[in-house]
Design a protein. Structure first.
Lengths: 475, 182
């Protein structure tokens, strides 16, 4: 075996090296200088993100257990950018609250191992690697959700996450075992050749799909979402809502468009119903939320429903629109979470009423939030509009006009509750609003990147063409 | 003969599994779980998966059960009785389980499985070679990735376990105690 072949695992090797380096640093750097590790971690991850954009070969390793192509690499880069933004946004929180508890480095180690799991999950060539990647991406996040151990609600969200994740992966594993029973192999390549739409395969597929639906928090597997987001630290909630969800959507899309393609006439109907239920329940529940974290949780459930519109089309157009939408969704949602994080860090306030009159005292933060919510709602000048529009085009191109119509109804509902927040910030008066404060450099950088992303992604069309070109590998 | 052994094991498995989830006392539940795991090891022996059966006995029946017993003893009072669900809930859950079981059994029995003519027992040597092989069908990559998973889980467990002692804002005296300890 030629060892230079291992270079196609560059993302994984680099990230693992960074994680181990931080672990060694944690052991040898004295307690009063631990803060430097936060800077080091962000710096190293920044380099890792930049290196990720270099060209990589398309190949497979370990007899097909690990595979990579340009689309997968591109998606890993998207995840990297998302995690980098999360790190920038959480640096202040780490420095002020966590480093003095002597737990700052563990945050990075756990976050990076979870990201490593996602890399392996989306590059997996068989169900074994997929399953281990899934576990590695979930378990550390449960510890992260319980990270603020002094808060009872944080521990509660950790235990809720780990119990629902364990149930989900159990269900999914049973599904995989049924698929193995019918096809006789765990390798995707081998399964593609023998899979037929018999009852046992369909049953296995449904179980497998339910397991992943937990991660994407599709209705009816969404019950953990709001509680976990509310209790977990905000950076972890944003990680769960964009990175974890994005990776799960991506691998689900790959598998449904390749090995489960022969079952398409079955899963079309299933995805149809789930998409409708997810959009309606996510939106209707978001209407009643007062806590911003719960609000964003239900909004992210509703957004997952929109993603299914691209999935149902089952074409190259569908792949491209999903990847494009996830990219935009990462920027928009992280901008919203970033503002919530900044305000919560300075004032400890997380309710929608506390945001009344925010524009008068903190105009910049309000404008970032405005852009983020416009993008999530899909209002034309910003990127979110194009993301949703392309998804609707993908579904309409296969003739799902009723579904698209109902999705548009949902966009209208979502517009209402996104505007509720905007009304609170810009129009409502408040006798003692949140006072003016200045963010530190990392947080400002994190918010600026998201704003640039939201503005540029919608206007710079070659990017979509590039994604469309990459998506041809799945056809 | 094999058939009878299978049925004996199956009865042992089902009875102890039901006992494990319905027992009021925690420690008893754990012991019933031990019987379940041993029964599964028996099934593995029956179908000639000797290595898997040995692993099942040493890791699960030996290691995991001891761990669970330790954590039960450390976390709770052993005399504490678990809550028992209401009859209506029990019936509802029972009905749902029966329905699910029916669907699964019907689908599995109706499926036309391919019969494989391969009675070779996998030896431990073969498993060892496969575990470290990087060719097709080798398991070196999952093996290494699991070690990362273990590392991450240990760090996660440490974070949760050590956290409370080091929170400075809540109890300032904790800090002084630690200084004394150091």
């Amino acid at each position: 075996m030629n060892f230079s072949n291992f270079l196609i695992m560059r993302h994984e090797i680099l990230l693992l090296a960074i994680t181990l380096l931080l672990l060694v640093g944690e052991i040898f750097i004295p307690k009063n200088k631990k803060e430097s590790l936060v800077h080091l971690a962000i710096f190293l991850f920044g380099i890792h993100t930049a290196v990720g954009f270099l060209q990589l070969d398309e190949s497979t390793l370990f007899g097909g257990s690990f595979r990579t192509n340009n689309l997968i690499n591109f998606f890993k880069n998207i995840l990297n950018v998302g995690v980098l933004i999360i790190l920038l946004q959480s640096a202040d929180w780490l420095q002020e609250k966590i480093v003095n508890q002597n737990r700052g480095t563990e945050f990075f180690i756990l976050l990076f191992s979870s990201l490593l799991g996602m890399y392996f999950m989306i590059s997996s060539g068989d169900f074994l690697m997929f399953y281990i990647g899934l576990e590695l991406s979930t378990l550390p996040v449960a510890a992260l959700a319980a990270f603020e151990v002094s808060k009872r609600i944080s521990s509660e969200s950790g235990i809720k996450l780990i119990l629902s994740a364990a149930l989900a992966s159990g269900v999914s594993l049973f599904g995989i075992s049924l698929l193995y029973a019918t096809s006789g192999s765990i390798f995707f390549e081998a399964i593609i050749e023998v899979i037929t739409a018999n009852n046992l395969t369909i049953l296995g597929f449904i179980l497998f799909f339910s397991g992943l639906s937990f991660k994407i928090s599709l209705v009816p597997f969404h019950f953990w979402t709001a509680d976990v987001y509310e209790g977990a630290p905000i950076s972890v909630a944003s990680y769960l809502s964009v990175i974890s969800k994005g990776a799960a959507v991506f691998i689900l899309m790959i598998l449904m468009f390749t090995i489960f393609k022969p079952l398409m006439h079955v899963w079309e109907n299933m995805v149809y119903v789930i998409a409708l239920a997810t959009m309606f329940i996510g939106n209707l529940f978001a209407l009643r939320q007062q806590n911003m974290k719960r609000f964003l949780a239900f909004s992210s459930i509703a957004q997952a429903g929109f993603i299914l519109l691209g999935l149902i089309s089952g074409t190259q157009l569908g792949v491209a629109t999903i990847v494009y939408f996830v990219l935009i969704y990462i920027f928009s949602n992280l901008a919203a979470f970033g503002v919530v994080q900044a305000i919560s860090l300075k004032t400890g306030k997380e309710n929608m009423n506390d945001y009344n009159g925010l524009y008068r005292t903190n105009p910049n933060l309000s404008l970032v939030m405005l852009l983020a919510l416009f993008s999530l709602a899909g209002i034309p000048p910003v990127a979110g509009f194009f993301g949703k529009f392309f998804l609707f085009t993908a579904a309409a191109s296969k003739g799902y006009y009723l579904l698209v119509f109902l999705a548009v109804v949902n966009v209208t509902i979502s517009l209402y509750y996104y505007l509720l927040v905007i009304r609170a910030m810009f129009i409502r008066k408040n006798e003692n609003p949140i006072p003016f404060f200045k963010n530190k450099i990392y947080m400002r950088l994190g918010l600026i990147i998201t704003v640039i992303g939201i503005l540029v992604l919608g206007l710079y069309s070659p990017l979509y063409d590039y994604i469309y070109e990459l998506s041809s590998v799945l056809n | 003969m094999e058939r009878y052994i299978f049925y004996i094991l199956a009865v042992l498995l089902i009875v102890s599994a039901i006992a494990a989830v319905s027992s009021k006392k925690m420690l008893r539940s754990v012991i019933y779980l031990l019987f379940t795991l041993c029964g599964i090891a028996g099934i593995y022996f029956l179908i000639d998966y000797n290595f898997l059966a040995a692993i099942q006995l040493t890791v699960y029946a030996g290691g995991i059960i001891v761990l669970i017993i330790f954590s039960v003893i450390l976390v709770h009072h052993i005399e504490m009785e678990l809550e028992v669900a209401k009859l209506s809930k029990k019936l509802l859950v029972g009905a749902a389980c029966a329905l699910g079981l029916g669907v699964f059994l019907a689908t599995i029995y109706a499926h036309d499985f391919k019969v494989v003519e391969n009675f070779n027992t996998t030896t431990t040597e073969q498993i060892g070679l496969k575990l470290l092989s990087y060719e097709a069908g080798g398991f070196i990559l999952p093996f290494e990735l699991i070690s990362v998973l273990l590392l991450a889980s240990m760090i996660g467990a440490i974070v949760i376990a050590k956290g409370k002692k080091l929170v400075k804002s809540e109890k300032s005296n904790v800090e002084s105690i630690q200084k004394n300890n150091n």
